[in-house]
Design a protein around this ligand. Structure first.
Ligand SMILES: [Zn+2]
Length: 193
C-alpha cells in the first residue's frame, strides 16, 4: 500500500492528513506493508506553491503516453521532458521497486468538487473509501490531466489508484476526521490473490 501527500505544495491539508495517518498506523499497525510519503514536493510545500522549485507541476510530469510540455500553462507546466524532475523520478523508482497493490494520492480541490477520483482498476477501492468519507466516486475529474500520477500508475500501470481530493473549504482537522477510517481501512483491507 502506498499513500502520497503534498504533491502540490499549496495543498497542505494533504500533508496533514498523511501525517495523521502515520501517527494512527504507528498505534495500530496495518496488515500490509504501508509506505506513506507525506510530502512529495517539499520545496513547493515550504513555499506554499503548487509547483516544485523549478516551476514544474509534478502531477503533470509523469512519463505517460499523453505527457506534453506546457510552459504556456505555467500553473500546470509538465516539465521539459517526462520525469524531468527529481521528485517525479523518486516516486517512479519507489513504485517500480516496491510494486504497491493499491495507491492513494492525496490532494485538495475547491468547494464541492471533493471526490474519490479513481484511475485504472480502482473502482472497488474508491467505493470502499466512499463508504467512510461519503465523498462522490468518479473516474473523471472533469478536465485533462496529461502526465498525471493517476494516469501513469493507474491507467497505464494497472495499479488501483485513487486520487483523494479533499474539500479545501473544510478544516484540516475535519478532513482528517472524515478520512481517518477511509484511509486506515485501505491499509487493513485484504489483497485479492
Ligand atoms: Zn493537487
Amino acid at each position: 500500500m502506498l499513500i502520497l501527500g503534498g504533491m502540490h505544495g499549496d495543498e497542505p491539508k494533504s500533508v496533514f492528513v498523511a501525517q495523521e495517518l502515520v501517527a494512527l498506523l504507528s498505534e495500530s499497525p496495518p496488515t500490509h506493508t504501508t509506505i506513506v510519503v507525506t510530502i512529495v514536493n517539499p520545496d513547493g510545500y515550504e513555499r506554499g506553491v503548487r509547483r516544485n522549485a523549478r516551476g514544474v507541476d509534478i502531477n503533470r510530469n509523469f512519463p505517460t503516453r499523453d505527457w506534453k510540455t506546457s510552459p504556456q500553462h505555467r500553473r500546470f507546466h509538465g516539465g521539459v521532458k517526462p520525469a524531468s524532475e527529481s521528485e517525479t523520478r523518486a516516486i517512479v523508482r519507489l513504485v517500480e521497486s516496491r510494486r504497491p497493490v493499491r495507491i492513494v494520492t492525496i490532494h485538495s480541490i475547491s468547494e464541492y468538487r471533493h471526490c474519490n477520483n479513481y484511475d485504472g482498476p480502482a473502482g472497488a477501492l474508491a467505493r470502499r473509501m466512499a463508504k467512510f468519507n461519503k465523498y462522490p466516486v468518479t473516474s473523471n475529474i472533469g478536465y485533462p490531466t496529461p502526465g498525471s500520477f493517476g494516469t501513469w500508475a493507474g491507467i497505464e500501470g494497472g495499479i488501483p489508484t485513487v486520487t483523494l481530493e479533499l474539500p479545501s473549504h473544510h478544516s484540516r482537522k475535519r478532513c482528517w476526521e472524515d478520512n481517518a477510517q477511509a484511509l486506515s481501512s485501505c491499509c487493513h483491507w485484504p489483497v485479492e490473490p
